[in-house]
Design a protein around this ligand. Structure first.
Ligand SMILES: [Zn+2]
Length: 252
């Protein structure tokens, strides 16, 4: 299945997750591959997917190779396929989303840093509204952890446009920054470790199952695990030999 594809690098994993973030629940493997390829196809341009920071990240690869990388991401528990009606859509797994939310929150923060460095007028903060809340809270946590009061004007502006729960969290952040209680290197460090672990962790692996019938151990491969999962089956209880014997009798 994906036996001939090497483990993706950390950068490649992050790039694919970032691209997937643009189309979660709106597109499948093909569209995702096209973003990463940097395709000029109508649909890509119409959905403004060419604005994604990793658009064209795998420019020099063929779509087939890029799709293999995406499939590697699926078989290694970073992304998943969910059917909406008959349409197979890309979705994040918990592990994939943990990494992407963190990367996205960092992206928001560096965007703020850029704007502040350029000393440009405070932007319209409604672009932060209606986003995944877990990710937004994580972003605010990161703002707090800097302990830097330079963000306060942005936070004040943002507070005016967002919903109650986010407002409350923004207030907490402003308060923490003003009172000098924001900075928290320990929690930042702990989170960083968790992300590293999620990135480097092995994900699904081949494993051994002891046969109910003959007691021999047999390998349940990643490929088979995917196959069973996609069909909603629970893992096999008997080795192949015993399964065939049950099915066809003693001729085997
Ligand atoms: Zn057996």
């Amino acid at each position: 299945m994906d036996a001939n594809i090497k483990r993706l690098t950390e950068q490649e994993i992050l790039a694919i997750l970032r691209a997937a973030d643009e189309l979660i629940g709106q597109g499948g493997r093909t569209l995702l591959a096209k973003i990463l390829k940097g395709s000029r196809e109508k649909k890509v341009v119409a959905l403004q997917l060419d604005r994604c920071p990793v658009y064209g990240y795998f420019q020099s690869e063929t779509l087939a190779v890029i799709t293999e990388k995406i499939d590697w991401m699926i078989s290694h528990d970073f992304l998943d396929i969910e059917y909406f009606g008959k349409l197979p859509m890309i979705v994040f797994t918990d592990r994939g989303w943990e990494i992407e939310a963190d990367q996205r929150a960092d992206e928001f923060l560096s965007e703020w840093n850029e704007w502040l460095a350029k000393d440009q007028p405070i932007p319209d903060m409604s672009y932060l509204k209606d986003r995944n809340r877990k990710m937004i809270f994580l972003f605010l946590e990161k703002v707090r952890e800097t302990g830097d009061t330079k963000y306060i004007p942005y936070l004040e502006e943002w507070k005016k446009v967002d919903y109650k729960k986010v407002k409350a969290e923004i207030s907490t952040t402003i308060h923490a920054l003003t009172s000098g209680k924001g900075m928290d290197e320990l929690s930042a460090h702990t989170r960083k470790r968790a992300i590293e672990e999620a990135l480097l962790g092995e994900g699904p692996q081949d494993f051994l199952i002891k046969c109910w019938e003959c007691g021999k151990r047999f390998t349940f491969t990643i490929g088979e695990q995917q196959f069973y999962k996609q069909r909603g089956l629970s893992q096999p209880k008997r080795c192949e030999e015993c399964r065939l014997k049950r099915k066809f009798g003693e001729i085997f």
